[in-house]
Design a protein around this ligand. Structure first.
Ligand code: GAR
Length: 202
């Protein structure tokens, strides 16, 4: 069966990558194959997860190369491998307009809040949960969306709400949002977007 080739972009621990790889094993993802994992940093645990799964991985060091050269090398890898879908899974860099315009509705991202709350430039990782707790909202969650030139501004694909409980710390909340929302909606979104892409192709 034909599958969409996916590149997963990571920057850290890669628990969302882990959820995607598990969903492939569990056949929740059937329309896509994980072709490569790309990290903007060396030494991150996400790279170990890729290796353990027998998935190719590379580092394109954004800090060493600078943003322009980073994106140039990224495009070279994506084009040479025939990637159809780019998944940002805990990827902590903002991509340029030049880059996002090249891949309309072909890049998806998971964000650890209910967009349009607690999102945009500067809202990433634990910071998102700190801000949700500081604000005092009672419900948060996760969003999967298409990526365009506006940080966290593209069309929403899926969202899932998660309750905030008394005594939550940013770390406790982050874990609950990952387990109860991100790790569920991201793999499902990969499958549904890839399935639609296959339909369009055939
Ligand atoms: C996840 O909560 C992800 O949603 C968030 O960082 C964490 C990384 O986890 N991403 C962003 O904030 C991107 N703006 P992971 O590396 O274990 O998947």
């Amino acid at each position: 069966m034909e599958k969409i080739k996916v590149a997963v972009l990571v920057s850290g621990g890669g628990t969302n990558l882990g959820a995607i790889l598990k969903a492939v094993d569990d056949k929740i993802i059937q329309s896509a194959e994980i072709d490569i994992v790309i990290s903007n940093k060396s030494g991150v645990y996400a790279l170990e997860r890729a290796k353990a799964h027998g998935v190719d991985s590379i580092v394109i060091d954004k800090k060493a190369l600078g943003a322009k050269e980073f994106e140039k090398q990224l495009v070279d890898v994506l084009e040479s491998r025939g990637i159809g879908l780019i998944v940002l899974a805990g990827f902590m860099c903002i991509l340029s307009e030049d880059f996002t315009k090249r891949y309309p509705e072909k890049i998806i991202n998971v964000h650890p809040a209910l967009i349009p709350s607690f999102c945009g430039k500067g809202y990433y990782g634990l910071k998102v949960h700190e801000e949700a707790l500081n604000y005092g909202v009672k419900v948060t969650g996760a969003t999967v969306h298409f990526v365009n030139e506006i940080p966290d501004g593209g069309k929403i694909i899926a969202q899932k709400a998660v309750e905030i409980l008394d005594g939550d710390t940013p770390e406790i909340l982050q874990k609950r949002v990952m387990e109860n929302a991100e790790w569920i909606i991201l793999p499902r979104a990969v499958e549904s977007v890839a399935k639609d892409m296959l339909k369009e192709k055939n």
